[in-house]
Write a protein that binds this ligand. Structure first.
Ligand code: PMP
Length: 405
């Protein structure tokens, strides 16, 4: 007989409280028919290259039986070499046999790096505001995770340097290009300075780069690891993902890390899940080899560029000086701030009533004391231009309704 009382499980400290996610709590509203959702961090589903993936899958054909066996923990050789070539297009050189590993999205890459570097008593840094799951996976190790101020221009590198001198972190994770939630990109100078700080304080600098390839305007800035020479390279890791460019359901990402670090991460992965699906890996490798990826990415870039332009136009036209924002040059997100007396959490119920949903900025701060109550994250990836324009018209109506209340 199931008991109606919950036993007093002695959960491990990071899991004492069940996980809550303000973003996930919005899902029922965001998914209501008729609602325009700018809340999710989801790529546009109608842009998934189903035909290309099917063609690639058909080409895997004769190798299928091998793919159904247990496979290499570090990833299929075909995919590791293909990802090394893709990384080389981003300016990164690496040895696919010793420095690169395939992971279950970039989330698993960060989880593995956290696990091999951190234990209770250690310190790690993340950006604030930042992607909540990054801090969460680090906290699961029992380490203390401190937040470094970030914003529309990216992480405050000098604040990070000052904090590093005091707290001696072992791992620091940043999103240097089109960050989540701010859409921010760090300048080349700040990237070089970050490398200097990593070497000086001897922490592993992890650049999480799921969005870098989604640039639709402005000049590209090389990934941090591409700027790392000599000793700096030993303190740098790069993680990226096929989630935003191909599809998150593939669960394919990768890490490039010093060989000694990668070796330990694959050991941790063996204990986790044995390997990513070899079948999916071969499909992705084939997709890259057949040139589908190189044709597909410009299509999403163009679509997101048009959607982002529509968002910027709509905000300027319909919200005027009631909202401030920086026009993103890539990625999926725009960080906007209400300038009046109403904050984004107070506005949200009215927005839901007017069938427009966004994520209030405070969802991206683990320390509520640091939260920017005026901010909101608007995703321009999932809705088309007409929906985005209509969404901002609704947002203005919601603001008027909130003021009248
Ligand atoms: N890092 C950042 C900054 C993200 O925004 C996301 C996805 N929203 C991830 C990592 C996780 O992505 P993946 O699907 O590759 O695990």
């Amino acid at each position: 007989m199931p008991s109606s009382t919950v036993p007093e499980y002695a959960f491990a400290a990071p899991f004492t409280h069940p996980p809550t996610s303000p973003i996930r709590r919005l899902a029922p509203y965001a998914n209501r028919p008729g609602t325009i959702s700018m809340a999710g961090g989801y790529p546009a589903q109608e842009l998934f290259d189903v035909a290309g993936l099917n063609a690639a899958a058909a080409n895997v054909g004769t190798r299928l039986v091998d793919c159904l066996q247990y496979s290499n923990i570090e990833g299929q050789a075909s995919l590791r070499h293909a990802l090394a070539r893709l990384s080389a297009q981003r300016g990164i050189s690496c040895d696919p046999d010793t420095e690169l590993a395939v992971t279950g999205g970039s989330q698993q890459a960060l989880a593995l790096l956290s696990r091999v570097m951190l234990q209770p008593g250690d310190v790690a840094f993340v950006e604030s505001p930042g992607f909540p799951n990054s801090a969460q996976t680090m906290r699961h190790t029992g380490a203390t995770v401190l937040t470094v101020p970030s914003g529309p221009e990216g992480v405050d590198v000098e604040a990070l340097a000052r904090m590093a001198a005091i707290h001696k972190p072992k791992l620091v994770s940043v999103v240097a290009t089109f960050s989540n939630p701010c859409g921010a990109t760090l300048t080349r100078e700040k990237r070089l300075r970050l490398l200097e700080v990593a070497v000086e304080h001897r922490f592993l600098l992890v650049e999480d780069d799921p969005y870098g390839e989604l640039r639709f305007s402005g000049a590209a800035v090389p990934p941090i690891i591409a700027l790392a020479t000599g000793e700096a390279r030993q303190w740098t890791a790069y993680i990226s993902s096929m989630s935003k460019t191909m599809a998150p359901g593939l669960r394919i990402g990768w890490m490039i890390a010093p060989a000694e670090v990668r070796r330990r991460c694959t050991g941790a992965k063996a204990a986790d899940d044995m390997a990513c699906s070899a079948w999916i890996q071969e499909i992705v490798a084939q997709y890259l080899a057949d040139g589908h990826y190189d044709q597909h990415v410009p299509r999403i870039r163009a679509a997101y560029g048009a959607r982002c332009a529509a968002l910027g136009d709509a905000l300027r036209t319909h919200m005027g000086d009631e909202i401030t924002f920086l026009q993103p040059q890539g990625g999926m997100f725009c960080w906007a701030r209400l300038t009046g007396a109403i904050d984004s959490t107070r506005l949200l119920p009215h927005a839901i009533e007017h069938e427009i949903v966004y994520v209030p900025g405070n969802a991206f701060y683990s320390d509520p004391a640091q939260a920017d109550a005026q901010a909101m994250r608007l995703s321009f990836a999932t809705m088309n231009e007409a929906q985005i324009t209509e969404g901002i018209v609704r947002l203005r109506r919601a603001l008027r309704a909130c003021e009248a209340n």
